[in-house]
Design a protein around this ligand. Structure first.
Ligand SMILES: NC(=O)c1ccc[n+]([C@@H]2O[C@H](COP(=O)([O-])OP(=O)(O)OC[C@H]3O[C@@H](n4cnc5c(N)ncnc54)[C@H](O)[C@@H]3O)[C@@H](O)[C@H]2O)c1
Length: 268
């Protein structure tokens, strides 16, 4: 036996939620590069189609499907279509997520709490619930949940950027990951979480950025950048190696883990 194929994903079917932009697009392209057929699911169908076009231009294959992960019917529709198209799912990346405007907890509108929880936590539950029976039947599967360093600890350098709804949902994703990993370990399923730190080049912070003055933005950037031990923000592409590792046989004895990808932020 040699080890050179342990990252290979040939013949595997992956579903990436929120694949129409940002981190999800990089995950989808990376998985396809290693041989997976990638279903790019997003409520922004045009974005998902653009990701598939990039995958195909790079020699890979996949399909775009519209889905709102917060809606049961939409999620059932997605996985029904995947089952019809490919017969099952080997890899699920629960990546779709949003943030809301910058507010301290006492100013946070209840609607913002509910909307974010619906996507960032309920969506992870719904997609996982839909995919587990297929993976149990196959006797294998890897689920990767995208949490955040905000789920590991708080951060408030005198002004809001991370909000309690976001942090609570991301901590919830970690709890869901660990419990589900225990429940399905003997069924051949591995379920892990990634806690990314500050990664640029995505639309995640748009609502927050739009609500901040240029001076607040400058103060926030300074507070963030000076706290990252490696001295720089991550790029979506930086995460691809970790995602391929967790999706592939290279991590065959790893389940229930939360791996921070943060330039050292959480080690401080
Ligand atoms: N960028 C970072 O620094 C960072 C850090 C930690 C965690 N994360 C997490 O990574 C994930 C991806 O974030 P990003 O930075 O790429 O953001 P992004 O806004 O660039 O991309 C998110 C994608 O999710 C899609 N989406 C949003 N709501 C959806 C829904 N209800 N159903 C289906 N798709 C939906 C969007 O259309 C978009 O394509 C999120 O879960 C986010 O919380 C990002």
């Amino acid at each position: 036996m040699t080890f050179k194929d342990i990252f290979a994903l040939d013949g595997r079917v992956a579903v990436v939620t929120g694949a129409g932009n940002g981190l999800g697009r990089a995950f989808a392209r990376g998985l396809a590069d290693f041989g997976a057929y990638v279903i790019c699911a997003d409520r922004d169908l045009a974005g998902a189609e653009e990701t598939v076009a990039q995958i195909e231009a790079e020699g890979g294959s996949g399909a775009a499907i519209a889905c709102d992960v917060s809606q049961t019917q939409s999620v059932d529709g997605l996985f029904g279509e995947v089952l019809r198209l490919k017969g099952g799912v080997d890899i699920l990346i629960n990546n779709a997520g949003i943030s809301t405007g910058p507010r301290r907890l006492h100013e946070l509108p209840v609607e913002d709490w509910d909307r974010l929880m619906g996507i960032n936590l309920r969506g992870v539950f719904l997609c996982t619930k839909a995919v587990v029976p297929m993976m149990m039947e196959a006797g294998r599967g890897s689920i990767i949940n995208i949490s955040s360093i905000a789920g590991l600890g708080g951060f408030y350098p005198g002004l809001s950027r991370l909000c309690a709804n976001y942090s609570a949902a991301k901590a919830g994703v970690i709890g869901l990951t660990k419990q589900a990993a225990m429940e399905y370990a003997r069924d051949g399923l591995r379920i892990n979480a990634i806690a990314p730190g500050w990664h640029g080049g995505t639309n995640l912070g748009n609502a927050r950025r739009a609500a901040m003055t240029p001076e607040d933005t400058r103060r926030m950037e300074e507070a963030v950048n000076s706290r990252i031990p490696m001295g720089r923000r991550g790029k979506p592409e930086d995460l691809v190696g970790l995602v391929v590792y967790l999706a592939s046989d290279a991590s065959s004895y790893v389940t229930g883990q939360v791996i921070a990808h943060d330039g050292g932020w959480s080690a401080d």
